[in-house]
Each structure stands twice: as C-alpha cells, then as structure tokens.
Design a binder for this molecule. Structure first.
Ligand code: ATP
Ligand code: ATP
Ligand code: MG
Ligand code: MG
Lengths: 259, 259
C-alpha cells in the first residue's frame, strides 16, 4: 500500500506546492511511482504539473464529497511515474458543505483506503495543502502516515511552526495515531541573508534530526518553472534547486527505509 | 469616518502583512492616524508591530464574535499614530462558529460602524487578511471601502489574481456595493529575475492604472524587521523597501484625494 505523506504548513508561500511537485518528480525519477493529490483550491500543484483548467473534469473536490472514486480523478502528468488528482476552486466550498457530514475528517482517508484495496500502482502519495489548518488540511493529516513540513527561512514562517506542531499533535491524539513527522525541510535558503542562517540554526536547535540535512536554496529557476507547466527538475535539472530536491528525495527514502 | 481598506490576496506569502504594517506606518508618519485590524489567525501583523502574545487580551476574534466592542480591543503600537487590533489563533474557529449566525458576513462592518459613530481618532483602517477567501476575508471585504491587493511578481501569484477579482466582484454584488479596488501593488520585485518584469508588464497590460506606479523591491531588510517587532520603516528607514512603502503611501493618499 502506498506511503502517504502530507505536505503542510499554514503559513503562506513557504514552498508547499513547490516541494510537492519537485519531491514528487524526484521520487518518480528514481522509480518510486508517485501520486500527488492537490488539496488546495488555488490548484497550483495541478498547474505546475501542466494540467490545464479545462482538463480538470473529476477533481479532489469530487473525491472529498463522495461524488467520485479516487481512481476516476487520477490524471497522468508528462512525467513518467507521476500522476495527479487535480484541484479547482470548488474545493473552497468543501469545508462548509461537509460541516454536518459524518466522518467529515476522514473523507480523504476513506477514499484512499478504498483505492489502495484494489490498486497498488503507487509507492508514494503526496498531498499538497492550502495555507490554513482547516478541514482540508485536517483531512490530509488524517489520511497520512507522516508529514513533510516545508519551512521558509524567515521570521513569520518560524513563528507559525509551533502552531503547526500543535495541530499535528491534536490530529495524532484525536484522528490518526500513526501520524508522525517525516521531516522539516528548510526552503528558500539565501546564503547572502544572515536571517536564513539564524532561522536554520534555531530550527535545528529545537527539532534536531527531524530537520533534513538537505536545504533548498532560493533559486530563480524554481520560480520560473511553473509558468512552463513543468517541475524544476524537468525545466532545468542542473540548477541548484533541482539538485537539492533530488538530494531531498534520497534523504526521504533513506529515512523511510530505516523507519 | 475612517477610510477602510482591506489588504487581501488568497495566495500565500505575497506580502499582505508586510504591506499592512509598512503602509500603515508610512500613513501614520505623514500624520494620517491609522488602525490596523489583524484578521489572520497567524497574528503576524500583531507580532510585526511588537505586540507580544501575552498582551493580546481582547482580540479581533472577540470583536467578530460580539464579545467585545472594537474600542476595547485597540492596542497602541510604539509608532505614534498607529494602533492595532491584535489576533490570536482563536480566530481560526470563527468561520465554523459563525455558520448559523445572522449577519455573519457583516460582523466586522457592524463593529466598525458602531465604533465610528462615537470615535473619530483614525483616518485610515487597514485590515490584514489570511491567505484564503473564507468568512474572515469576506468580513473584511464587506467592511471595506476599497481593496489594496499585494501581488508577488511570480507565476502562481499571477494565477490567483482572476479568482481574487471574481471574489471582489461577488462581494460587491451581494454584500458591499461600495467596494472598489484602490490599487494593485507589485511586491518582491527582483530586477535580476526576468520573471518579475514579465509578471509586472502582464499585470499592467490587464489592469492598467489600477496598478500603482510604486513597485516594492525584494529587500532583505524588510524580512529582517519583523524579528525585531518593528516595521521596516522604523528598523531601517533608508533601505529601498522602506522608501518604496513611503512612496506607496503618497500614491495611495493622492488616489484618495482625487477619488
Ligand atoms: N527554493 C525556491 N527558490 C525560489 N523561489 C521559490 C522556491 N520555492 C518556491 N518558490 C516560489 O515562491 C513562491 C511560493 O512557493 P509555493 O507557491 O510553492 O508556496 P506554498 O507554500 O505552496 O504557497 P501557498 O501557501 O499559497 O500554497 C512561488 O512563486 C514559488 O515559485
Ligand atoms: N519586499 C520584500 N522583500 C523581502 N522580503 C519580503 C518582502 N515582502 C515580504 N517579505 C517577506 O516575505 C514573507 C512573506 O511576506 P508576508 O508574510 O508579509 O506575506 P503574506 O501575504 O502576509 O503571507 P500569508 O499569506 O502567510 O499571510 C515574509 O517573511 C516577509 O518578511
Ligand atoms: Mg501552495
Ligand atoms: Mg500575512
């Protein structure tokens, strides 16, 4: 059955989508077939993987609302071994629409379990979350085995970390006792900015080994890639950003093996 | 009565809080007394203005839920002419707690109107929003006379703009016919990155004069300031970021005068 990882952080713009897309591509590149579930109404992961809005017929919204089995929403990307369940703005209505539904926190978990009962093509499932700790992120955390937390090396992002850890703890206590933290990945690290170093050493002091050795540098090629509908790994494999995500995938697989 | 401006964009990390703090400081510096309302559960605007968590006794959550009049939540910052209604994580519960309340979209507007009936100390009110288009942002838009939209010069941020404009249109049609767009401010502009230019010319082509002439450059001093609990204008007045926000305040006041 696939290993399900949630990519979460309620702070906006810290590199959740960029990490989902490029970590997913790097895992696929080393032979680990991967499914990315876009659970953000913005649909940036779907766009960054080259799925035009017109091709998003069955989406993560339909899966959450129970209108479609997960298998029917899966779209192949141009990257071999990498598929995606796309998202549209409809998803922003799910929170209120599911208010009085039973098992509203487990809609994604139930859909994934039903899918995995009969389909074993994926080794990993990565879930990209919106910048909030509402029902969508809770669904993703309830469905996941572990969390990968992108952390931008800036002050406001650091401030939000303790709230995120509390939320993970609450989900583990009430909804999903298996949920652990696979790791915290430092993103947009800028070696010219002493703030990056200060945040990085602060986080490593608090979280120790939970923080990946691999650090993702701020790299303009990474932010150029989505406008071409391509992961950075495909857009420019040699750039420092792509090389960092390849290293991160290796480190993640290593941690999975020695779990 | 104060002119109420909502600082909104559902895309995360585009500079909403940084704009609220520094535009507010620049307005106060030229004698326009300003109130910032922090409507983001992350509470970054409150932190960036030096309000420790322990001092956030009456918050925007209490005001929204009707537990406290707006006046009682106002805290003076160390900047003359600049005050703030702080936020805490409690705010993240408001959306579900107000589901069945009457006038749930107008809680902030009603609180502001009651306040303005008896208190005329502020010329401007700026409302910092979370990265979402849910009840908190809708409340802010329903309470505002106009929107200031920070737009990061990157692809994913550009992708979200049309959704944001649709939401503003919907609020104008159903909740607040006065709501207009005061302007779109390009943020984190990096002249070494050709993507910044491409996004900037794309936005100007679509939105014309709505886009401020002033562009906020990517400037490390801006992201260092919050760790000192100070606006960039106080932390480093001479830096390019602060100078840009001063210019933006001038341009905004000019637009207000010629409305
Ligand atoms: N290492 C990097 N170097 C340069 N730019 C980056 C890097 N990582 C991400 N970006 C850019 O920064 C912006 C924010 O990243 P991204 O959209 O992945 O964050 P997010 O956490 O998913 O945002 P949201 O909270 O809105 O979902 C994007 O424009 C992205 O292209
Ligand atoms: N012009 C700039 N130059 C450099 N850094 C900036 C600039 N503007 C904002 N930042 C930094 O970028 C990060 C994101 O900015 P900010 O938190 O203001 O965005 P936001 O839209 O309020 O985010 P959220 O969606 O989480 O509320 C912060 O760490 C901030 O310090
Ligand atoms: Mg994202
Ligand atoms: Mg903010």
């Amino acid at each position: 059955r696939p290993r399900v990882l949630v990519i979460a952080n309620q702070k906006g713009g810290v590199g959740k989508t960029t990490t989902a897309i490029n970590l997913g591509t790097a895992l696929a590149a080393v032979g680990e077939t991967t499914l990315i579930i876009d659970l953000d109404p913005q649909g940036n992961a779907s766009t960054g993987l080259g799925i035009p809005r017109t091709d998003r017929k069955i989406t993560s919204y339909d899966v959450l609302m129970g209108g479609a089995p997960l298998a029917s929403a899966i779209v192949q990307t141009r990257i071999p071994g990498l598929a995606v369940v796309p998202a549209t703005q409809d998803l922003s209505g799910a929170e209120l629409e599911l208010v009085s539904e039973t098992r509203r926190n487990f809609r994604l978990r139930d859909a994934l379990n039903t899918f995995a009962d009969s389909d074993s093509r994926f080794s990993y499932v990565l879930i990209d979350c919106p910048p909030a700790l509402g029902l969508l992120t809770v669904n993703a955390m309830a469905a996941a085995h572990a969390a990968v937390v992108p952390l931008q090396c800036e002050f406001f992002a650091l401030e939000g970390l303790s709230q995120l850890l509390k939320t993970i703890e609450r989900v583990r206590a009430n909804l999903n006792p298996d949920l652990e933290i696979q790791g915290v990945v430092l993103t947009m690290f800028d070696k010219r900015n002493k703030l990056s170093d200060e945040v990085a050493s602060d986080v490593r002091a608090h979280l120790g080994d939970k923080v990946y050795q691999t650090v993702i540098p701020r790299n303009v090629r990474i932010c150029e890639a989505p406008s071409h509908g391509l992961p950075a790994l495909v857009y420019d494999l040699r750039c420092p950003g792509s090389q960092a995500y390849i290293k991160l995938a290796g480190e993640l697989i290593q941690r999975e093996r020695t779990r």
